[in-house]
Design a protein around this ligand. Sequence first.
Ligand SMILES: [Zn+2]
Length: 60
Amino acid sequence: MPNPKRRHSKARRGKRRAHDALQVPQPTLCPNCQEPRMQHRVCPKCGHYKGRQVVQVEQT
Ligand SMILES: [Zn+2]
């Protein structure tokens, strides 16, 4: 098995992990009803996705 010859420095490890932080989910506006909605999810307010109605939303 190939193995690292030398231990990498803490600075090098830290630089690699600089990109590892989790991102807060970024909501976008629904193009149908302009409500905030998660990307790649059916809009919870109007039930639209990709320009058409895909689920019926109950009006209460
Ligand atoms: Zn919507």
